[in-house]
Ligand binder design. Structure first.
Ligand code: URA
Length: 436
């Protein structure tokens, strides 16, 4: 077997066997396959695609390229939740405590953010003292005791994906459904949970801009997980406008806690309850969706889910002031409004532009290794369908460095589209795809 024959085979639209895919993944991991051949192969996959079997084999081979987290010491059916990345998406901070309060063990590994979307670990790290790095024994002990832990990914999880993704990023081969599906699922398979709830975002602020492509991505990921023996479900949810009102790390933690206390925005509450209900179903704490949703609502209304988040934060060294302003989280020194240039109704809010604006203020990383400012971000005051008067504030920028303001302000001005008539609102939950 040699790399150029396999690149040619894929270029000509033929399927690669399991052994051939494993050969390529080994070459990516141990670097015997040079960058130019990895790039050529990725481009061949980009144009020719991969069938279901190839995509599953690619995900499995990549998952095995590094450590596989052993969750066999955790009692019960462990369930993970993953979002393909959105703006203002803090559902993990809400759905995980709800599912854990309902008795579902959640052993979650999350990443830091890059680009216009924020990472869950960055959000948790805005809580003073919070420790995202835990050793394996402490992680398992915490999950068995609390039913929930959220830690950062270890250094040796799916090394093949790290190299392949870096090459794809530089060679215009990221936007390939089999490559995205196997990249995401390889990390989920290596994370060891028995069940995985995927939140596949659709729209301007998401990887996939249209419903058909998102559905294909969701189906590919569900099929990979199912083929690997996992319990799987994918929720397709809209990401045309940011989720909730807050974008930025500490601001999102505040909004998540407000939501757990029953005072969150409608969209964030609805999606988090649904994702938690799907986790409860996979974890077999309920067997019908209506029952699982009922349990989710009860965990929220009783305060048990809020208590669970408090316990998780305290267990991982975080300290916050539950009763104090902004829960004692860092707050930015400067606040400035972005005002409507005309009156009417908010027709759309470009989530991608809002994410970029938050990044300009310092909430996100342009490049790996950039230092972020946990306090900064954007607070939306209006969402799609809201009426606005000329000059009325649409959003508030929270920031610390004055020189960061102009670029963010320009992006926010462009992000809001105001029309003279009230737009029809799109559903937040578009579809749910289950393994057969
Ligand atoms: N996220 C990933 O982890 N991998 C991709 O290929 C795209 C998004």
């Amino acid at each position: 077997m040699n790399y150029s024959d396999l690149i040619m085979k894929k270029r000509d639209g033929l399927s690669l066997s399991q052994a051939e895919i494993e050969f390529i993944v080994r070459g990516i991991s141990d670097k015997t396959m040079p960058d130019y051949q990895v790039a050529a192969w990725a481009m061949a996959v980009y144009f020719q695609g991969m069938d279901e079997e190839e995509t599953t084999q690619l995900a499995l081979a990549m998952a095995r390229s590094g450590d596989i987290v052993d969750l066999s010491q955790v009692k019960g059916i462990t369930v993970d939740k993953h979002s393909t990345g959105g703006v203002g998406d803090k559902t993990t901070l809400v759905a995980v405590p709800i599912a854990a309060a309902a008795g579902v063990p959640v052993a979650k590994m999350s990443g830091r953010g890059l680009g216009h979307t924020g990472g869950t670990i960055d959000k948790f790290e805005s809580i003073p003292g919070f420790q995202a790095e835990r050793d394996y024994d402490a992680f398992i002990r915490q999950v068995n005791h609390l039913r929930a832990a959220v830690v950062s990914q270890t250094g040796n999880l799916v090394p093949a994906d790290k190299r392949l993704y870096a090459i794809r990023d530089l060679t215009a081969t990221v936007e390939s459904i089999p490559l995205i599906a196997s990249s995401i699922m390889s990390k989920k398979l290596a994370s060891g949970a028995d069940g995985i709830v995927l939140d596949v975002k659709v729209g301007r602020g998401a990887f996939m801009k249209d419903i058909a492509a998102s559905r294909r991505l969701a189906e590919a990921m569900v099929s990979i997980g199912h083929g690997a023996g996992k319990r799987m479900v994918a929720v397709l949810s809209a990401m045309d406008q940011p989720l909730g009102f807050m974008v930025g790390n500490a601001l999102e933690v505040i909004e998540a806690m407000d939501t757990l206390q029953g005072q969150g925005p409608e969209d964030l509450t609805e999606l988090s309850l649904r994702l938690a209900a799907e986790m409860i179903l996979l974890g077999q704490k309920a067997f019908k969706l209506t029952e699982a949703l009922e349990i989710s609502r009860e965990m929220l209304a009783s305060g048990k889910a809020a208590h669970k988040l408090n316990q998780l934060i305290a267990w991982q060294g975080g300290s916050w002031n539950e009763a104090g302003p902004a829960y004692g989280l860092p707050q930015a020194e400067i606040k400035a409004a972005v005002n409507a240039q005309q009156g009417g109704f908010v027709r759309s809010i470009d989530a991608f532009a809002v994410g970029r604006a938050a990044m300009h203020l310092g909430a996100g990383r342009e490049q790996l290794g950039d230092i972020i400012d946990h306090a900064v971000g954007i607070q939306l005051l209006k969402k799609c369908g809201d009426e606005v008067k000329p000059g009325e504030p649409l959003a508030i920028m929270h920031y610390n460095l004055p020189q960061r303001k102009t670029a963010a302000q320009q992006l926010l001005n462009q992000a809001f589209v105001i029309a003279s008539t009230k737009p029809a609102l799109q559903p937040l939950i578009i579809d749910v795809i289950r393994a057969e």
